[in-house]
Design a protein around this ligand. Structure first.
Ligand SMILES: Cc1ncc(COP(=O)(O)O)c(CNNC(=O)CNC(=O)c2ccccc2[N+](=O)[O-])c1O
Length: 389
């Protein structure tokens, strides 16, 4: 389904009368205990307790069911599991399908806490990880071992924004009976739907664009028909649940996600174009720009971009970076993105963030372009770059 049709879907999905009781939004149904009036009623509920049936708080309530339905439709899957944050969605999804002795392939540009989870938790469970270069494509087959179970992708990659050739890699993975999981926080279901490209499970930090207001932590994982039953049951056994209030706020964010993303995309391209011509900037790492590795795959596979991109300075040192960051007024330093506010993070190098790919460029500055006026953001960058040396 194209993104423009998705606009209507984002307004109408998850609004069954059973969830809304006749008003526009779902009710906020907070619960631990669900009570039953008879043994037969309890037995009936137990039969479908994992499938949007009121049974126990940990299985969710109608508020959760409404959000799960909407995100399942957004990503085009069989079912959606909810988690307390994006990192939990990643770690608990991996734990749902791996056992000691297994081996996994993780893209080298993966979000750093995902790397830490693999190196510090999975390794301790006897699960080994190999990181692969993001642009490897079908040559991923060279990395597959007899005990490899999962190919994990994140496209674009964190901070350096490389877009992967997902269909080519997924084809090789499936030829070798691997499960494929993709961190789709950037693609958000509106601009990229991994399951349409053969991926088995799409994960998002709903914390970002789905919630869209920097006030809820949440993760979501949408699986296809083959993997949904296991994901649903194992996320339950791992005790993964979220509050009805957060589910309500995430669904509320979803309703305006298309409109917000239009503005994020428009302003980010305007700011990136201004930075592209700046004498201190080496190149732009925005998927919609030819200077971003994998731009050809973005053009082929994505329906749009958002407020997140990086740019690379020709030169710089920590002192210059710190002075640049401190002088910014509208761009705030903070560990997240996808809300209405503009944010900035900077890395002098990619040391410690990559193990398979070098970084032969200058400092990387990552921006999240919020909903402020683009001219104001450009003026802010202009004055901060003026003192950069
Ligand atoms: C692609 C992707 N996938 C998962 C998550 C985690 O989501 P969560 O924050 O809801 O757990 C995120 C979180 N995004 N946050 C950021 O990128 C901000 N930077 C960090 O969180 C970060 C980066 C490097 C090292 C440590 C951190 N950190 O704050 O933990 C993500 O970008």
């Amino acid at each position: 389904m194209s993104s423009k049709n998705k606009n209507t879907q984002l307004v109408s999905s998850g609004r069954k009368k059973a969830y809304t009781h006749g008003v526009v939004n779902p009710v906020v149904q907070r619960a631990s205990t669900i009570v039953f009036d008879s043994v037969s009623e309890l037995k009936e509920a137990a039969k479908t307790r994992g499938d949007k049936t009121l049974f126990y708080g940990r299985r969710g309530t109608t508020t959760h069911f409404a959000l799960q339905e909407a995100i399942t439709e957004l990503e085009g899957g069989e079912g959606c599991a909810l988690y307390p944050c994006g990192a939990a969605a990643i770690s608990q999804t991996l734990l749902s399908f791996l056992k000691s002795g297994d081996h996994i392939l993780i893209v080298d540009t993966v979000y750093e806490p995902t790397r830490d989870f693999c190196d510090k938790i999975l390794a301790g469970l006897g699960i080994t990880t190999t990181y692969y270069p993001p642009m490897i494509g079908a040559d991923i087959k060279e990395y597959i071992q007899d005990n490899t179970k999962v190919l994990f992708l994140e496209s674009p990659g964190s901070i350096t924004m490389e877009i992967q050739d997902v269909p080519a890699m997924v084809q090789v993975a499936h030829e070798h009976q691997l499960m494929t999981i993709l961190d789709n926080t950037y693609g958000n279901g509106l601009h990229y739907r991994p399951l349409e490209h053969g991926v088995d499970i799409s994960i998002q930090a709903a914390t970002k664009y789905i919630v869209g207001h920097s006030d809820v932590m949440m993760g979501v994982a949408v699986a296809n028909k083959k993997y949904w039953p296991t994901l649903r049951e194992h996320s339950y056994l791992l005790g993964q649940c979220t509050s009805a209030d957060d589910a309500y706020l995430a669904l509320r964010g979803l309703r305006t996600m298309a409109v917000r993303l239009n503005q994020h995309e428009k302003a980010a391209i305007e700011v990136a174009k201004w930075l592209e011509q700046h004498e201190l900037v080496d190149h732009i790492r925005h998927p919609a720009f030819e200077t971003c590795p994998g731009h050809e795959f973005f053009k082929r596979d994505f329906d749009g971009s958002n407020g997140l991109f990086s740019f690379v300075m020709k030169t710089g040192n920590q002192k210059a970076i710190d002075a640049f960051l401190d002088s910014l007024q509208h761009f705030k330093m903070g560990f997240s993105w996808g809300g209405f506010e503009s944010l900035v993070t900077a890395n002098l190098s990619m040391k410690g963030l990559r193990s398979q790919t070098g970084w032969e460029h200058g400092p990387v500055i990552r921006l999240h372009i919020g909903l402020e006026n683009a001219e104001d953001l450009i003026a802010d960058l202009q004055q901060a770059l003026a003192i950069y040396e």
